[in-house]
Design a protein around this ligand. Sequence first.
Ligand code: NAD
Length: 355
Amino acid sequence: MQTIIANGYSVFFNEFIYIYLNSILDKDVYSKLFIVVDSKTSEYCLPNFIANLATEVPIEIVEFESGEQFKNIETCFEIWSAFTDLGADRKSIVINLGGGVVTDLGGFVASTFKRGIEYINVPTTLLSMVDASIGGKNGVDLGSLKNQIGTITNPNAVLIDTNFLTTLPQNEMRSGLAEMLKHGLIQDKSYWDKFKNLSNLTTDDLDTLIYESVQIKNNVVSQDPTENGIRKALNFGHTLGHAIESYLLENTEKNTLLHGEAIAVGMILESYISMEKSLISKEEYAEIKAVISEIFGFVEFSQNDIDEIIKLLIHDKKNEFGKVQFVLLNGIGDIKINESASNELIFKAFEDYKV
Ligand code: NAD
């Protein structure tokens, strides 16, 4: 698969990743290599990754516990301290080997350590391959509020080896699919159409779908790296999706949803709002709801859940001048940004979602 050129860095795939990595590590420019992993990628991905490295640069491994609940400033503190204790300097380079939690947190740690050192993302989940590792956004959660602290700092490169997916649990694969569906809905109807029948999917098909998803995300981000306009498209499904994710994280007696699972619900709800605003047809809404629910099923929300989720919208990062902002669909494959929705309309979207 051809390398994708992003804004100041490149995305390499499969056989090319170790060629690239070993060549840059051979150039005598890095004092030390710090590989940041979580407890699962340490077990499932690190041995294979290390086996493919051919370098004299000293390597240090820094590990933290896997899970969104560890994507916080306390974990950053531990990693900054470990870097310091292990002698990291401004010529050190960080490799984030893991899912979106590792690439988000590791990217933030690298972009702030000694005012910023170089880093590379090696995504190991479907979600991080098609979305989280691309585009330079990094950060951590503040309590249950998602991604409140962070920077936009591009990596030196993103290296995608789809072989890592062989150990990824099914629910995590599904979670990644949500962001791929989003890419079709916001930018490319023909890409969306490919998801209408997934039953005969082969590994090669998946590699192609991943590649195309990275192209779509990169295309959006390249036009608007700092999110003043079109990049907001990537937030489709995320205004309500993040509020749902935060609400379930906060209420420990409830089952949490994976990021992509919450976004899947958010995309159905925000498609309903798009339909009510006459931006998509009833047929398009019915198709979106059917395709997404076929993959993700439905989540139950009580009246109280919905009230609390709506209250959380006030903390959304995308809000401007205190107003909650939505990205809505404008037909399948196009969007409208900076849209509003009344609480009454959001309630109606949840009502329709239930049936
Ligand atoms: P994750 O990083 O928690 O990974 C999911 C689980 O899979 C974890 O338990 C992890 O340890 C495990 N895992 C990772 N790779 C594995 C492998 N190859 N085999 C077996 N297990 C493996 O979650 P995620 O879904 O990858 O990412 C979600 C995060 O990404 C969220 O925090 C979200 O906010 C963030 N995100 C960021 C962006 C962005 O632009 N920066 C975009 C989308 C999502």
